[in-house]
Ligand binder design. Structure first.
Ligand code: A3P
Length: 302
């Protein structure tokens, strides 16, 4: 465990998962192996030099990052399916200093380097020469009600991160921005403001659910990777929830069957099974009202 101040929210007997603060947002404490201080990770992220053909797949946690990573990987590999764990194919930048990540050496990774991140726009690595040679960022946003439930289920499935809180407590922390990566609305808006930048593609989880094929095409065009209709169709079929479940061992945390899983329900509207009318009212008022005037809207059921 990291030798730095651990943040853990408490209410009576209930505790949140253990977090640390890096660049003024919270990340899971286990993102540091114990030997590094948060400053080492801050410096690593701040000084990270991007290359023009790097691609970052970014989201607020539990918004479809795994899904888009797999689509992007298949786009670059013409619809091939890999048995390798996704984390060994796409490097999670905030976990890059963990010993388990060192086999993906950033300096020798083949181009294009694919990265996963949950960083807000201002903190994402851009490289000092960014204006001349910007890399690409694909951001995926998901309605916050489903993202919150998914996040709770994921955190609760660790069993070892200090969290023993029920959903009501976790939902309250989510609204207040006291979970990992702080407030959902600040995060999505930080990227939404850059949606028209030529090197940013802003996607929504719900749109992928509505029409995956069009989104596979949009992503491949954004990456300047021209694919035949046949390959687009193949990737679409292989990247449905059902398709990805056929290769589920690739989407387990650290490849461990008994650990947290990146594929759970894969639906829009699961929040309805977990929200009381009071909680729904709080989300509408304290999370969604913050989007007013931005033009950013979400589907909450399909
Ligand atoms: P649920 O927990 O609601 O099922 P992330 O990859 O950012 O951690 O997000 C995980 C969420 O994306 C999980 O949501 C997971 O089931 C969902 N997901 C992953 N692949 C998917 C796919 N092919 N289709 C739909 N949802 C998918």
């Amino acid at each position: 465990m990291a030798t730095c101040p651990i943040i853990q929210e408490r209410e009576g007997e209930w505790t949140s998962n253990e977090m640390i603060e890096v660049l003024s947002f919270r990340i899971p404490a286990f993102f540091l192996s114990g030997s590094e201080s948060p400053q080492v990770l801050c410096d690593f992220i701040t000084n990270f030099q991007t290359k023009p053909d790097d691609v970052f797949i970014v989201s607020y946690p539990k918004s479809g990052t795994t899904w888009v990573q797999e689509i992007v990987w298949q786009i670059y590999h013409n619809g091939e399916i890999s048995k390798k764990v996704l984390g060994d194919r796409v490097l999670f930048i905030e976990k890059a200093l963990l010993p388990e990540s060192t086999h993906l050496d950033i300096t020798t990774m083949p181009s294009p380097r694919l990265f996963k991140s949950h960083l807000p726009y201002d903190a994402i690595p851009k490289g000092t020469d960014d204006a001349k040679t910007p890399c690409k960022y694909i951001y995926v946003a998901r309605n916050p009600k489903d993202a919150a439930v998914s996040s709770y289920k994921f955190m609760a499935s660790f069993g070892t991160n200090g969290m023993n809180a029920p959903w009501e407590f976790y939902a309250k922390l989510f609204i207040e921005g006291k979970t990992v990566y702080n407030k959902w609305n600040d995060h999505v808006l930080s990227w939404w403001k850059h949606r028209h930048d030529p090197n940013v593609l802003f996607l929504k989880y719900e749109d992928l659910k509505k029409d995956l094929q069009s989104n596979v095409r949009i992503i491949s065009e954004f990456l300047n990777k021209s694919l035949s209709e046949e390959v687009i169709n193949l990737i679409t079929e292989q990247c449905t929830f059902k398709g990805m479940m056929k290769n589920v061992q690739s989407f387990l945390l650290g490849g461990k069957v008994e650990g947290p899983k990146f594929l759970r329900k894969g639906m829009v509207g699961n929040w309805k099974e977990h929200f009381t009318p009071e909680l729904d009212e709080r989300f509408e008022k304290e999370v969604l009202e913050k989007l007013k005037g931005s033009g950013l809207e979400f589907d909450f059921e399909l």
